[in-house]
Design a protein around this ligand. Sequence first.
Ligand code: PLP
Length: 468
Amino acid sequence: MRYFSTRGRAPVLSFDDVLLTGLARDGGLYLPESWPQLSPDDLHQLSGAPYAEVARRVMAPFVAGSVIEKDFGQLVEEAYAGFEHASVTPLRQLDPDLWLMDLFHGPTLAFKDVALQLLGRLFDAVLEARGERLTIVGATSGDTGSAAIEACRDRERVDIFILHPHGRTSEVQRRQMTTVEAPNVHNIAVEGTFDDCQDLVKAMFNDGGFRDRLQLSAVNSINWARIMAQIVYYVQAAVSLGAPDRRVSFAVPTGNFGNVFAGYAARRMGVPIERLVVGSNRNDILTRFFENGVMAVEDVYPTLSPSMDIQVSSNFERLLCDLYERDGARVNATLEDFRREGRFRIDPALFDEMPFEGHRLDDEETLAEIRRAYQAYGALIDPHTAIGVAAARRAQARRAEVPSVALATAHPAKFPDAVHKATGVRPELPERLADLYERREHYVTLPNELGRLQTYIQGHARITKDAA
Ligand SMILES: *Cc1c(COP(=O)(O)O)cnc(C)c1O
């Protein structure tokens, strides 16, 4: 499989290059040149197959031609062996036509593990085949750093440095990062804010010499391989509920549009998906867009569902490119308008063909939904998941012709305060994390100074030790 950039001005690349590159050189995002098709027969065959088997078969066409193609099945097997539940992403029935898909059984209790556990292994395998190394740097306000760290820990070819603002993350979040025992994992508490951390990371990427010496890379949400790995559970859930003979809808708590775009990709591959319901919090740029066709930036507000507190959903560009039938110039022009004016509008005719609809919940409604789910189903759900469940129910109230699956993107114990506030119950960490508060933490504290940070990273990255 080969991949092209949404903006049409970067070279077409192989899977391996797309994996290691992330963002295209023209600023675009990569998409596969064609959508592999799953026939009704294929879907029948996947029904009842173990997760790793479904994963291997759904992703095989995307990694065709990769240096790791032969080992791919093994890598997939290893990536999902560490999940706490045998079916990796199990379904729970809530109502006759409403299901919850638990995506939080990975090491950090959030859905990002599903993609990142595979991504770390793919990075390592491709780098090994090429005899190369990478240094990953990133900044986190708390929620995404741990998934990246767990993805990269103990990987031979990758070192990871994650910056967090000293004293400004929740204790669970900090401990999930700092208690990892692995020689290639480096936590840095910066004496500053999250914005300071982000600025430091940007500055390191902008320092060409440093970037090349360390082969800097990121594991951010625009990497195609993350979308690819997320397609799998849409297929798995659909066949479990009767695809290809029965259609199904999904409701997705959405931030960067990566997760729900994977659902769209599954639909493009032939999975009979009726609706893709986007749930947002007060930061409702997408919901407004699906209501009126206008994408317009507003301020970002902190909410109870921080992983969805975004201003611009970077993966939306992939949908735009598909709707514009890969006309890179048109994608570019639209994004130019967006950059200049903070808004763009799309042709209403394109709209009719889209399976999307949006629903928003403010924090009060989110707490009410957590409470309702506890009373009605006896289920403790986190604030992100609550937004998905409420969005699914609202969409069903409009038209209830097929079963809906709401995606549970985080374990309730990741957001214990909100869950406790809504239900009076404090969700417990799963057993394997029960001693999190007793584990030893590993991190260094550094001032908000680029030079000190670069010296530290250079002194600890294996790639510079090789060179020395
Ligand atoms: C990242 C995240 C989301 C948003 O997913 P996107 O792919 O960015 O739309 C939702 N819920 C949780 C818990 C997350 O960590």
